[in-house]
Design a protein around this ligand. Structure first.
Ligand code: FES
Length: 158
């Protein structure tokens, strides 16, 4: 077994190779790998004696599972109606430019950031809203968005 599968093997062991615990297993695997790589999902299927299709099915059904690599830091910009009216498009543009993301690209090459444009986060009173690693920021301007990203970059450089 390659080292690559060691964390997944340990998680399977911790869950007694119980295929009924597939969802918690995938959650732990995602925590360990930051997303669910295809080869790791195949490994899990093989170890649990279930079909890869079943594992892929669960991974793609639940929105909180990621099957493509995610950045270490997740930036969510709300593009719901209230945030849109208050200028979220300009924030999205600024973040994309700052992170040098091409059209359709969500994650930076260095896997430091992922940008997600999401629908209403339920904090419309704070519009426009940007969430950086689960911390909600309200009344965000493009300048403030850049500042928030710079803070993360600075903390990473320490
Ligand atoms: S529209 Fe953005 S929080 Fe509701």
């Amino acid at each position: 077994m390659s080292d690559r599968f060691t964390p997944a093997a340990q998680i399977l062991k911790d869950h007694n190779y119980d295929s009924a615990k597939l969802i918690p297993i995938l959650q732990k695997v995602q925590d360990a790998y930051h997303f669910l790589p295809e080869d790791v999902m195949r490994f899990i299927a093989n170890e649990l004696g279930i079909s890869p299709a079943k594992v892929f099915g669960v991974a793609t059904f639940f929105a909180h599972f990621a099957i493509t690599p995610k950045g270490k830091h997740i930036i969510r910009v709300c593009n719901g109606t209230a945030c849109h009216v208050k200028g979220s498009a300009a924030i999205i543009d600024t973040v994309k430019k700052k992170l040098k993301l091409k059209d359709g690209q969500e994650t930076t090459e260095d896997l430091l950031f992922t940008l997600e444009c999401v629908s209403c986060l339920g904090a419309c009173g704070l519009a426009p809203v940007m969430v950086v690693d689960e911390v909600v920021h309200g009344q965000v301007t493009p300048a403030k968005a850049e500042e928030l990203i710079d803070e993360v970059i600075k903390a990473e450089a320490k």
